[in-house]
Design a protein around this ligand. Structure first.
Ligand code: CP3
Length: 334
């Protein structure tokens, strides 16, 4: 698959497989108050990463961390409010951007690198370790909005009206993200995924500047050091932009959200790249006959070409463990 090796079955893992749908995660998480402290504790991060592999035998483990460790490492104040998600002290103009300081990046992220080294020693030989980072556009939206935002209006307006200043922020994120991913691979990550969760907020003229170009630069920088490291891109909500993304960024695989029509993707994306996806996370939450039918449909359309089974977005906390088991049973029958 990603390494162009023939396998008897396509691989499967689930975005957010480590996390709140797992009782063992909730138990581990209850031992630490702050989510960032949890992420920066190698003991906790290693255990959380291994949990879904031990329970389900997933083909890949994704490092337990968060995309917002980058703004945190650059000196922006980041916190996670239970029930509300992330809160950041929003950047307000060029002075705040100039204030961000990458000089402590690797020292700040040292616990993440320690976790990666330990995870690799504890994973089965055949389980792939996936490192990750947020894409510059998505991370920038959190930094400017101060949290999650559906339409990213403040960030999009800033990018239109102060394009040079916004470009400076994106350039800083391109550099720090490239260097972060390179270090993850140095320490034992065998694949990396770059999450652009808010790519769908951008119209075509901004999509090129803030999604395509930053991805091109990161992929080129990472491949200079690790030419054989497979890179998965996830431009969530890109719509027709998925075809451009697959042909222009240089990524090795593209993760599809659940809105992308299967046959369109098989014809316009899959010929150019490995695809990953794209079961609706609500279908997994509901389970039953619905899940059976939706999975069969995905397999019918995608399994003739290189393919990694996944969801279209992260697993929802309310998802019963038995539905994940049902999904894996269906896949292992095929
Ligand atoms: O299993 C895994 O996928 C690994 C861990 C992982 C987390 N966050 C842990 C987490 C990964 C890959 C992420 C990526 C991430 N973080 C993204 C990109 C993917 C996506 O979902 O679009 C984004 C946008 C974030 C930012 C973020 N972190 C948000 C919006 C939230 C709050 C929403 C939520 O799901 O709670 C977080 C917190 C977070 N990151 C949790 C987990 C397990 C929940 C916090 C907790 O357990 O207390």
């Amino acid at each position: 698959n990603l390494n162009h090796i023939e396998t008897d079955r396509f691989p499967v893992w689930l975005m957010r497989q480590a996390g709140r749908h797992l009782p063992e995660y909730l138990n581990l998480r209850s031992q630490t108050d702050s989510f960032l402290d949890f992420c920066y504790s190698p003991d906790m991060a290693v255990e959380a990463t291994l949990q879904p592999v031990l329970r389900y035998g997933m083909d890949a483990a994704i490092l337990f961390s968060d995309i917002l460790v980058i703004p945190d490492a650059l000196g922006q104040r980041v916190s996670f409010i239970p029930g509300h998600g992330p809160r950041l002290e929003p950047l307000d103009g060029r002075a705040d951007i100039n204030h961000l300081d990458p000089s402590n990046l690797h020292a700040h992220l040292a616990p993440v690198y320690a976790a990666i080294r330990r995870i690799r020693t504890r994973l089965p030989e055949t389980t792939t370790l996936i490192g990750f980072a947020g894409a510059p556009w998505t991370v920038a939206t959190y930094m400017i909005e101060g949290g999650g935002s559906r339409d990213c209006q403040k960030t999009r307006t800033y990018a239109y009206e102060s394009k040079d200043d916004f470009q400076a922020l994106i350039d800083l994120l391109v550099d720090t993200t490239s260097s972060y991913l390179i270090r993850q691979a140095d320490e034992g990550a065998e694949v990396v995924q770059i999450f652009d969760s808010w790519a769908g907020a951008l119209p075509p003229m901004q999509f090129d500047d803030w999604v395509i170009k930053p991805f091109q630069k990161i992929v080129a920088a990472v491949k200079t050091v690790h030419p054989n490291l497979p890179i998965i891109g996830f431009p969530k909500g890109a719509g027709l932009g998925y075809a451009t993304f697959a042909t222009q960024t240089g990524v090795d695989a593209v993760s599809l959200d659940s809105m992308v029509p299967l046959v369109w993707a098989a014809e316009n994306v899959q010929p150019h790249t490995v695809i990953q996806g794209n079961l609706d996370n609500l279908v997994l939450r509901s389970g039953g006959q619905l899940l059976e039918a939706a999975v069969q449909e995905i397999l019918n359309v995608f399994s003739a070409q290189p393919f990694i089974f996944n969801l279209g977005h992260g697993i929802l906390p309310e998802t019963p463990v038995s539905h994940v088991e049902q999904l894996l049973d269906i896949l292992r029958r095929n």
